[in-house]
Design a protein around this ligand. Structure first.
Ligand code: G4P
Length: 525
């Protein structure tokens, strides 16, 4: 009974955005509404203005000290809401992809002046693949913005989302007057600097009423026309379609002015999904199952060399997680107990006795965990959907200090478990190759190997173009492929076969030559 109640009051989601669109500002306003923080400025931005490794490490060091910023929980209208933070820098997009496996829905922030930017496209694509319900918040309406109809069209085209405006802007920039909230059917008037009050919200069901002019002088006709157009295209809002990932509500506002944020939050709590079933290779796990299960989607190292522990972030998928109870670590086939599991509330973290589906628990780790690991009460389950993406940058990694080869091996292994880079081992000669999505990842690896493990590595150029995971339902063909292509074969951290293509031409001709082999560009480890 308690389990069911706890599940139905949880909402776990992520905010995704191109850097600078206003993710940090929006997160902060949501936390202020929830009373979880008292003042603005409490949420640390994780954006990196100058993309140098020392800037990044400094931010990571600060964040490492208060790892709570990775998950921010707060209570609102009797619901327990968990916001999962996602990195701002595109070189760390893989970290965001993994975080998306641990949420039940997503809010996408779009800058009204810039429209849809590339990184948002990639991230929303991951949501679409998983049918994750998406709400769109178009931010910065207090600035000169693109035409709202053009914005809607751009979102539909570039993000391939079928959208439905649930609020509509009245003017923009200097003439921004507020929004008409189609979900609640009220007029919300804008006053800058976040000085919104109850009087600014006016119930207004009948837009044809001449009274409209009194509130938005000179803008009433345009609003009537806009709303008529929108209501002509869209039926009334269908929550089921949203929950199935088929339709995405859109809100307009200005996070920094705290405008439109409460409407967004109220709609979010009214429609966002509670914890959903999680797919595993074996079966689908329902949150209501009495026995506990969960998976690790993120590992955060403590950057302080005096405290070398790490925190593994576990999403609870089913049952009740209990402190000091022994759970099966499926990959290691080992029982583990946790005496200080942590929960995260805004900028504080505290030790908890219980956690329920949808919750994120921080587990202190001395090297047992790697991303994708599962804990259960005994069943052998492997959660699906934690993807590794085909990296685009490859370097041989060599030991530059012969006295520190052990440290290098240990560092590489642990940092690979954290997902800092991907590591491939060539099958023919055992040479190690690191693969990354962005150059900053390689710099971070080098920096952390030196500062945390005392190891010095040297990168050497490769002629590689892409790493693809290969499978086949014909084992004999796979064996032939391995022998014929031995020079290009490598193994990933799970021991899976990887083909290292040297060019687009090489990849295409190899695929043609071996039609019974499947090439995959993501691996769900
Ligand atoms: P991010 O996490 O998505 O990277 O964005 P963040 O919230 O840090 O916001 C990026 C910049 O946009 C910040 O300005 C922030 O104040 C501003 N901003 C956020 N929401 C709005 C809005 O609704 N209207 C306007 N006009 N600006 C907005 P900054 O100058 O980079 O930083 P700061 O010094 O103001 O904090």
């Amino acid at each position: 009974m308690q389990l069911q109640q706890e599940i139905s009051r949880r909402r776990t989601f992520a905010i995704i955005a191109h850097p600078d669109a206003g993710k940090t500002t929006l997160t902060e306003k949501l936390l202020l509404f929830g009373g979880a923080i008292q003042i603005a400025g409490a949420v640390k931005s994780n954006k990196i203005n100058r993309a140098t490794v020392s800037d990044f490490m400094e931010i990571e060091r600060q964040r490492g000290i208060s790892v709570a910023t990775s998950v921010m929980g707060f209570e609102y209208k009797d619901l327990k809401i968990n916001i999962l933070d996602t990195p701002g820098h595109q070189d760390f997009a893989e970290d965001t992809y993994r975080t998306l496996t641990a949420v039940d829905s997503v809010i996408v922030v779009v800058d009204a002046a810039k429209g849809v930017e590339t990184q948002t496209e990639k991230l929303v694509e991951v949501c679409r693949r998983r049918d994750t319900p998406v709400i769109v918040f178009i931010n910065k309406m207090d600035r000169e913005a693109l035409d709202p109809f053009d914005l809607i069209e751009e979102i539909e085209k570039k993000l391939h989302l079928h959208v439905q405006p649930l609020s509509w802007p009245i003017g923009m920039g200097k003439t921004f007057r507020g929004v008409y909230n189609l979900f609640e059917r009220n007029l919300v008037l804008f006053s800058p600097h976040g000085k919104q009050s109850e009087e600014d919200i006016i119930q207004f069901n009948d837009l044809s009423s001449p009274d409209l002019e009194k509130h938005i002088f000179g803008a009433a006709d345009r609003l009537r026309e806009d709303i008529e157009l929108i209501e002509g295209v869209h039926d009334s809002f269908d929550k089921e379609a949203y929950l199935a990932g088929k339709i995405s509500p859109v809100f307009f506002g200005s996070a920094v002015n705290n405008f439109g944020v409460k409407e967004l939050l109220d709609c979010f709590v009214a429609i966002a999904p509670q914890p959903q079933p999680c797919p595993t290779e074996e079966r689908e796990v329902e949150p209501e199952e009495e026995v506990f299960s969960g998976f690790v989607f993120k590992i955060h190292a403590n950057m302080d060399p005096n405290h070398r522990n790490r925190i593994a972030f576990l999403r609870v998928c089913s049952g009740t997680f209990e402190r000091n109870k022994a759970y099966l670590h499926v990959r290691l086939d080992k029982q583990l107990k946790f005496n200080a599991p942590t929960s995260f509330m805004a900028d504080k973290k505290s030790i908890i006795d219980y956690a329920w589906p949808g919750d994120i628990v921080g587990l202190y780790d001395t090297g047992n965990f790697r991303i994708g690991d599962t804990l259960t009460e005994g069943e052998s389950l492997h959660f699906k959907g934690i993807p590794s993406f085909s990296p685009e940058l490859f370097r041989y990694v060599e030991n530059a200090d012969p006295l520190k080869s052990k440290q290098l091996a240990k560092g590489l292994e642990q940092l690979m478990d954290e997902g800092v880079v991907q590591l491939f081992t060539q099958q023919l000669n055992g040479r190690k190759i690191v693969g990354a999505v962005g150059a900053l990842q390689l710099e971070v690896l080098e920096y952390r190997l030196k500062h945390e493990y005392g190891a010095t590595c040297r990168y050497e150029a490769t002629d590689l173009y892409k790493a693809c995971w290969i499978t086949s339902d014909k084992p004999a063909d796979l064996q032939v492929f391995r022998l014929r292509k031995a020079r290009n074969m490598a193994t990933d951290k799970f021991g899976h076969d990887v083909y290292l293509a040297t060019s687009a031409w090489d990849l295409n001709s190899t695929r043609e030559l071996f039609p019974s082999i499947q090439f995959h560009f993501t691996s769900e480890g």
